[in-house]
Design a protein around this ligand. Structure first.
Ligand code: ASP
Length: 312
């Protein structure tokens, strides 16, 4: 029985809670293709999106997931809100909470912003990305996609390549995947990896060939230029030559390796076009699975609210 009020990260979720989300997501994915099966299970519930950072996939995916469940969805357009008049994050959230939002989906550039709002609001909070910290639903949809294709996590070699240091996607995946028994290897230029990732249970290396050898899964990451304080590599061309994922690199992995990327992809930088569009790529499947996983998360949080007698 789900009883958590919020989903702010994978760090604190148990194996069972992760599997509960992934199992429910499997059922939810059927509803994406079958309009009749969607129905209005969350009619009269209210979901609010607050995105202080840009988004294409995550925000739309959450919106559609909530709509497929029959919930009312509203978006706080940050650029036209009173945030621009200097209202603090916490005051903004408390005001929106008073309006009766059951679930607030929040993305913010500051680590811990959703955690802060979760503590101060009755509404449930879902972290849709907080700075360089966590992006739990991205990792859950990555895990869903991996499990669907490999049927397990235990013993898989999963390599995450690129700007690890600034990636909330990498951190959430390390928390989730290592918890489920996968071997996670983080690879990239030494300027883009912090060795403290080792303490989280992942292997860390700058030797891309060794990292990819016999890999079951490869996840590419975008260079987070918006979060880098100083130049971390000489130029884009050199980066793609040394750390780009291409056919030659892929040939070192297992034949049935799957290739993933959270998007947005910079074609030809972190991954070559033939890999992005190639047979091993599951990048578009990830997007569809993202809607299913977010439907599951929204549904479970609503159940948790009911189980705990929380109303808004
Ligand atoms: N969409 C992901 C995120 O928001 C990855 C990225 O932006 O590169 O973290």
């Amino acid at each position: 029985m789900w009883n958590r009020k919020d989903l702010v990260g994978l760090k604190d979720l148990s194996q069972d809670q992760i599997m509960e989300i992934l199992e429910l997501a499997k059922a939810m994915r059927e509803k994406i293709d079958n309009k009749e099966a969607r129905k209005d299970s969350l009619k009269k519930f209210s979901v609010l999106t607050l995105f202080y950072e840009n988004s294409t996939r995550t925000k739309t995916s959450f919106t559609m997931a909530a709509e497929f469940l029959g919930a009312d969805v509203n978006d706080l357009g940050i650029s036209t809100s009173s945030v621009k008049k200097g209202e603090s994050l916490i005051d903004t959230a408390k005001n929106l909470d008073q309006m009766g939002a059951d679930i607030m989906i929040m993305r913010h550039g500051m680590t811990g912003a959703p955690h802060l709002i979760a503590k101060n609001c009755r509404g449930s909070v879902v972290n849709a990305g907080d700075g360089v910290n966590e992006h739990p639903t991205q990792a859950l949809l990555d895990m869903f996609t991996i499990h669907e294709h490999k049927g397990k996590f235990q013993g898989l070699k999963i390599v995450i390549i690129g700007d690890i240091k600034h990636s909330r996607v990498a951190r959430s995946n390390v928390f989730g995947l290592t918890k489920m028994g996968a071997n996670v290897v983080l690879a990239g230029p030494s300027t883009m990896i912090t060795s403290n990732m080792k303490a989280l249970g992942a292997d860390v290396t700058s030797d891309l060939n060794a990292a990819v050898k016999d890999a079951d899964v490869i996840i590419g990451l975008r260079i987070q230029l918006e979060r880098q304080k100083a130049g971390m590599f000489p130029d884009i061309r050199e980066y793609s030559q040394l750390f780009g994922i291409n056919k030659k690199l892929l040939s070192l992995a297992k034949d049935d390796v799957i290739v993933m990327h959270p998007g947005p992809v910079n074609r030809g930088v972190e991954m070559s076009t033939d890999i992005i569009d190639g047979d091993n790529s599951l990048i578009l499947d990830q997007v569809k699975n993202g809607v299913a996983v977010r439907m599951a998360v929204i549904k479970l949080l609503m159940e948790g609210r009911k189980n705990n007698g929380i109303t808004n």
